[in-house]
Design a protein around this ligand. Structure first.
Ligand SMILES: N[C@@H](CCC(=O)N[C@@H](CS)C(=O)NCC(=O)O)C(=O)O
Length: 246
């Protein structure tokens, strides 16, 4: 039995972290037995969420955990699938688009108060200002280090638009990112897109996806694949076939 550590559901999604959402989706989809425990990043081995207890060890990093499970459970994909394409787009979403999402959650004056309340609302009053100040400073410094934090907003958005165009063009050619069968790479992509296309936390990035039927249909296809594994759980409205993407 695996213990999956992640924060509580938020913003109309099972997780406001794409990495947690992806890992939970993977465990469910592969019918791997697990229990959810609420935790914060500083408790994890790399001071990030998600992390798991698995076979007596505490492991961090969602991709490393999934790779370990793929090996241990002998899960392999059909040779006709283009796994390199899946890997590349999953990384584009997790290493690039994720940070654009972080920027528009943490640095935008309109969204920051919403995020602050949601993330830090339950922190004790006495330490709340310092915790909030430190967390935002860390986000700002990470974004500056990556370069995104140095760009004007319009440039961040136009770069994100090019990335979404590339994803959309690829998905015009196949049902899922590697071909006709869903892989864990789809879970990476879906989990990031969900943060601004299926969440009730609207950020500027969400506006870029308004007129993108290819991405919307793709999200619905992944939702459909996952829906049977996500019953009797919290925040499952996205798996309802009537749920509308942004
Ligand atoms: N590569 C890691 C990324 C995990 C990650 O960045 N998690 C974020 C939440 S979405 C986090 O814990 N951030 C807290 C921090 O950086 O201090 C993975 O795949 O698990």
């Amino acid at each position: 039995m695996i213990t999956l550590y992640q924060p509580q559901p938020m913003f109309g999604l099972p997780s406001s972290s794409p990495f947690c959402l992806k890992l939970e989706a993977f465990l469910r989809w592969q019918s791997i037995k697990f229990v959810n425990k609420h935790a914060l990043p500083f408790e994890g081995p790399y001071k990030k969420i998600p992390f798991v207890d698995y076979q007596g060890q505490r492991l961090g990093d969602s991709s490393l955990i999934i790779d370990q499970l793929l090996t241990d459970l002998n899960i392999s994909y059909d040779k006709h699938l283009n796994l390199s394409v899946g890997h590349s787009f999953a990384k584009l979403m997790e290493e690039q688009m994720y940070w654009v999402m972080v920027y528009f959650r943490w640095m935008d004056q309109e969204t920051w108060p919403i995020l602050k309340k949601a993330f830090f609302g339950s922190v004790p009053k006495l330490i709340k200002p310092i915790i909030i100040h430190t967390a935002r400073k860390q986000a700002k410094s990470a974004l500056y280090g990556l370069g995104i934090g140095r760009l004007p907003v319009d440039s961040i958005l136009s770069k994100a638009k090019i990335d979404l165009n590339a994803l959309e063009n690829q998905l015009k050619q196949s049902t899922f990112i590697c071909g006709d069968i869903m892989t864990h790479y789809d879970l990476s992509i879906w989990a990031v897109l969900s943060q601004f296309m299926q969440s009730n936390f609207h950020i500027k990035l969400s506006d870029l996806t308004l007129d993108r039927p290819v991405l919307k249909d793709y999200i619905k296809r992944v939702n459909q694949q996952l829906a049977p594994y996500w019953q009797n759980s919290e925040c499952t409205q996205i798996f309802n076939s009537k749920h509308e993407t942004t």
